[in-house]
Design a protein around this ligand. Structure first.
Ligand SMILES: Cc1cc2nc3c(=O)[nH]c(=O)nc-3n(C[C@H](O)[C@H](O)[C@H](O)COP(=O)(O)OP(=O)(O)OC[C@H]3O[C@@H](n4cnc5c(N)ncnc54)[C@H](O)[C@@H]3O)c2cc1C
Ligand SMILES: *[C@@H]1O[C@H](CO)[C@@H](O)[C@H](O)[C@H]1NC(C)=O
Ligand SMILES: *[C@@H]1O[C@H](CO)[C@@H](O)[C@H](O)[C@H]1NC(C)=O
Length: 436
């Protein structure tokens, strides 16, 4: 019970976890909350959630997260969030060529959906193209060997718009925002105490010091730079994102399609009616950017280093389109990028105080690429922790993990729902044009 309702609280990061925290703190009556974000606007270009859509699916292999998503979906239907939530359904399949690991994962997801009394009535089995076209006639490709299930309980969120809505709501509720030069946090500032050190505040790029009773770091893939004590327990990792720019007619034709996912290929969403963009993600082990000196992966400093996707991912996206929407398979892929998130080796979040700092520094991290669906409720986990009488995270799985020196390079590759091992960014970067 470190902070009082009027103490200064600083949140570093105006992405999904940071904004949700600002919202819940202000709802609980904390009156002195400031968000520091390095981009000069929200949604920030650096946020993994600055995106057209994110899957909101409730069935997890682990019932703990299923339960949380059911809570989150109830919140997605409340006035602040509802305009950004689309319960379009989730068409979850494997193609006929899928490796056994992808089939096994699909089956575990299906079993989870069928185990849950609230979700089960929304689930139906899909065996072959005819079943799939019953759900989405627009998928007029050959769908070779596709099978799986459809879950009407699930859908997607327009994540960039949801961030913008919570930004406006929290600003209106008195949360202060520091953006750009004033918001880029260079370092956490500490003071010595008899027991070691406590966090005293932050210093921004422009040299300003801001003191706070509590600093909450919600910096996504940037956490490791601010809190190096994290070591290898969080790995900055990225996946590819690309889009097809549709005509008005094509966008209208695809209106209402479910989130369409082949575990061995990737997934896409209903196109965005404002921009006519159809977003696609290939499935794979992702890309890391390991500092050889420390063995820790960080996201690259500039956006331009991530403004591409590797050829193998483009090939996979085109295969996904050839299976489902073949008229789009040879279209240009636009707005290509690598999207960075904070991965843990067991996909569990970290929602905890940094140890031995007198509860003055909290970390929200380890979203592991599945955190956005929780956007409406993440901040309630922070207020729960603030109210814990012993200052302890009661959920052991969300505690700070002591860094494991032996954890090696392809760490996280064994998580059951991932397919393939991570590669180094340096091995896939396009060759810079020679400056002769
Ligand atoms: C390709 C991809 C697909 C995904 N798909 C899904 C999905 O379908 N469903 C789902 O639920 N989740 C999905 N996710 C995960 C989801 O995007 C993340 O879980 C979520 O965005 C994490 O929120 P965050 O606040 O931790 O990080 P972010 O949203 O990335 O926000 C971190 C913010 O901190 C800021 N920051 C960093 N360092 C500093 C600093 N020093 N000073 C000031 N500000 C700083 C950054 O600029 C950024 O705005 C996906 C992620 C990726 C990459
Ligand atoms: C959209 O489709 C209609 C009907 O087929 C057609 O008349 C119209 O020209 C199309 N619009 C564009 C911009 O292609
Ligand atoms: C994950 O890392 C932690 C230490 O950070 C270690 O204790 C744990 O055994 C690892 N788990 C897996 C599944 O590798």
């Amino acid at each position: 019970m470190g902070v009082s309702k009027s103490d200064a609280i600083i949140i570093v990061g105006g992405g999904a976890f940071g904004l949700s925290t600002a919202l819940h703190l202000s709802r609980k009556g904390y009156t002195n909350v400031a968000v520091f974000e390095r981009d000069d606007h929200i949604p920030p270009r650096y946020s993994a959630a600055n995106d057209l859509n994110k899957i909101v699916r409730a069935e997890y292999e682990d019932p703990f997260y299923t339960e949380l998503t059911i809570q989150a979906i109830a919140e997605w239907k409340t006035p602040l969030f509802a305009p950004h939530f689309h319960q379009a359904g989730f068409l979850h399949c494997v193609s006929g060529d899928a490796p056994q690991k992808a089939i096994d994962t699909l089956n575990r997801f299906r079993a989870s959906a069928e185990r849950d009394a609230q979700i089960k009535p929304h689930v139906s089995s899909l065996d072959g193209e005819a079943d799939i076209r019953q759900i989405a006639w627009q998928l007029d490709g050959p769908l070779p060997g596709w099978n799986g299930y459809f879950n009407r309980f699930d859908g997607y969120a327009h994540s960039a718009n949801a961030l913008a809505a919570v930004y406006r709501a929290t600003q209106g509720a008195g949360v202060r925002f520091f953006l750009g030069e004033q918001g880029a946090v260079d370092e956490i500032v500490y003071v010595s105490t008899v027991n070691g050190r406590n966090c005293a505040g932050i210093r921004t790029k422009n040299g300003q010091f801001h003191s706070a009773a509590l600093v909450i770091v919600a910096a996504g893939a940037g956490a490791g730079r601010l809190v190096p004590q994290l070591g290898q327990q969080v790995v900055a990792k990225s996946w590819s994102v690309a889009h097809v720019h549709l005509t008005d007619n094509e966008t209208s034709r695809l209106r209402g399609i479910p989130v369409t996912y082949a575990r061995d290929l990737g997934f896409f969403f209903e196109p965005d009616p404002k921009t006519n963009l159809l977003k696609l993600c290939p499935m794979g082990g992702g890309y890391i950017n390991t500092d050889p000196k420390t063995g820790v992966s960080h996201s690259p400093g500039t956006l331009s280093d991530s403004a591409f996707i590797p050829e193998e991912d483009e090939t996979q996206i085109r295969k996904l389109l050839a299976h489902t929407l073949p008229s789009l398979a040879d279209r240009p892929l636009v707005k290509r990028s690598l999207c960075w998130f904070a991965d843990t080796n067991d996909s569990d979040f970290i929602i905890d105080y940094v140890p031995d700092m007198g509860s003055s520094l909290m970390l929200l991290s380890g979203d592991s690429g599945h955190g956005f669906k929780m956007f409406p409720i993440v901040g309630s986990w922070v207020t729960d922790l603030l109210e814990a009488s012993d200052d302890k995270q009661s959920l052991v799985r969300w505690r700070w993990k002591q860094p494991n020196a032996k954890a090696g390079q392809d760490w996280g590759g064994d998580v059951s729902w991932r397919l393939g091992a991570s590669k180094e960014l340096s091995s896939i970067m396009p060759r810079k044009a020679s400056k002769l």
